[in-house]
Design a protein around this ligand. Sequence first.
Ligand code: 5GP
Ligand code: ZN
Length: 115
Amino acid sequence: MEDCIFCKIIKGEIPSNKVYEDDEILAFNDINPSAPIHVLIIPKKHVANILELKGDDIALIEKITKAIQNISKELNIEENGFRLICNCGPDSGQEVNHLHFHLLAGKKMGPKIIS
Ligand code: 5GP
Ligand code: ZN
């Protein structure tokens, strides 16, 4: 989609530090990390958020899950773990309207996920 930052990253129009890529999924480091490891996992197909994921596209969640499993192995965070966040809509503070999961890791996080 035009004017979508993440679609531009997928097309290579905006550079990114890729962590994982397959036919349908891309993962790259967040430009403004909130933890020592902060990876964004996105479908290559433009879908605004999880509520817009419908029909056959729901299968992308399975692909994202497998990508996360690969990434956790690759980054050696399987044992210590990580936090996943998926913002959706204005109250969540979602800034980029292209479905993405934040994977945060590399430090001990507190019990609260909201600020
Ligand atoms: P949201 O608030 O929509 O859940 O998160 C969007 C995330 O995208 C933010 O954490 C922000 O730092 C990240 N981000 C925004 N623009 C870029 C960019 O051009 N490159 C990268 N790598 N991350 C970006
Ligand atoms: Zn997009």
